[in-house]
Design a protein around this ligand. Sequence first.
Ligand SMILES: [Zn+2]
Length: 285
Amino acid sequence: MSIHISQHRIEGAPFKPSPNQGSAFASGLPDAIIIHFTGGSSAESAIGWLCNPQAKASAHVVIGRDGVITQLVPFDTVAWHAGASSHGGRTGYNKFSIGIELDNPGRLKRTEGGDYVSAFGRKYPAQQVIAAVHRNERVESFWLSYTEEQIEATFDLCIALCANYPVWEILGHEEIAPGRKDDPGPAFPLDRLRQRLITRGRDEDTGFNRKPDGDIDPDTPSRGTGFVTASKLNFRSEPRASADAIAPPLPRGTVVEILDQKAGWHQVRVNGKIGWLKSEYLKTG
Ligand SMILES: [Zn+2]
């Protein structure tokens, strides 16, 4: 189901405003999405807690096992979901990212009687449990499967977020706070979500996203300036559509320095980085 965002809110989704929020994101942000599990017993209990001032925590949305998305914080406003966090040279991910909480109890324990039990003592049916090794660990443990409805809603929401915000990084809480956090855990198809949505600068060896860096060559002479006319224009390492992007897409109006031109592409310099833009989305002269 396709999701529409307007005024930083999901159209038609329930909105329960959380008092636990910061100020508006800085310009050019949010550019990351962080995936979490609630570690709780239901979406309702998670929403109640994340709207309680005592929690001093929130997320932009909570997605229930039925796939219903409840929004708590508008997408242009900082929510408090990441805590102490760092990845790829950035720290404090609340100020960069949209937080998505999925209703899931988290790691389960298998009792001697063969039951799978959450930290808060609920038993879950064996057919809903997977055994898997967490990406930060070496030994198998037990996790409750996410529902298809929940995964589909998460993918659909991320597609809409990528269309509305300059997102170039999708990470699990477990990746920005390893050791401290283990969500969303191995039951969530995080790598598949990234492969589907983030093709820019993905590190093929680790599967992790890294912030792409272009070559810096201040000596190349300029041939004038231009500006971007598309709403978001990919900035690529070479003059072909399949080349890697070397930075987040450039928003409309970005002024670039023209360096060269070749078969429908312009080589440009922006913020000290040199790369290629499709000429048809560039106004020059
Ligand atoms: Zn989390």
